[in-house]
Design a protein around this ligand. Sequence first.
Ligand code: MG
Length: 256
Amino acid sequence: MKIVRFVWKNGPQYGLIEKNEVYAIMGDIFGDFERGERVGPLSEIQLLAPCTPTKIVAVGRNYAEHASEMQSDVPTEPLIFLKPPSAVVGPGEVIVYPPISQRVDHEAELAAVIGRRARDVPASEALNYVLGYTCANDITARDLQCKDGQWTRSKSFDTFCPLGPWLAVGLDANDLTIECRVNGAVKQKSRTSRMIFPITELICYITQVMTLEPGDVILTGTPAGVGSLQPGDRVEVEIEGIGVLENTVAYRHHNE
Ligand code: MG
């Protein structure tokens, strides 16, 4: 099942995709819901980021080849940081290149979206707390990350967390291909089975620290091949069984 969030009549609305048609969801995607009226063909619907997190918990260096390319050690326990909800944009939206950075990188990542309140969850039960999965791009101002010595500024610019295009529900995410393309050229290509800490262990680890709410997002780390983006670029994150998240990069327009 695929759940989308989209622009409709009076505002954002959740829907289901069936045979490339979108149907409104009546009810609560985190509880009981049913299929409502047909909205239209998927190709004509303006999609939004598929969830509205209260927080985005991201994991650094969760693929050994990426830790190696950053000249970093492989962590012995998950290395977590936060991205703010204000950084979220949806499929097709612009990633705004900040004037105070000279180096902005793509990081293709599998995102797990939480389905019910989670606290102190054992790894053996962790998947019961996941509603579904989507594609994410953990955009990073690499020069500022190095300069600051911690990651808040570099990871938190508005538009630095593209999510989408929809939530894949009922997907086994343990061994999926994950790829990042810039202007059509493959830059990152790996499999989610190469994560150092799997999703179940990440949920256990994170929920020992903080309560996760429905709609919260875990970014599970990026494989090797991160590299810079330039204004005018088109960047795609594709994950098997989910789909393609596509965004463009631009300087902010003067009158915005
Ligand atoms: Mg990352």
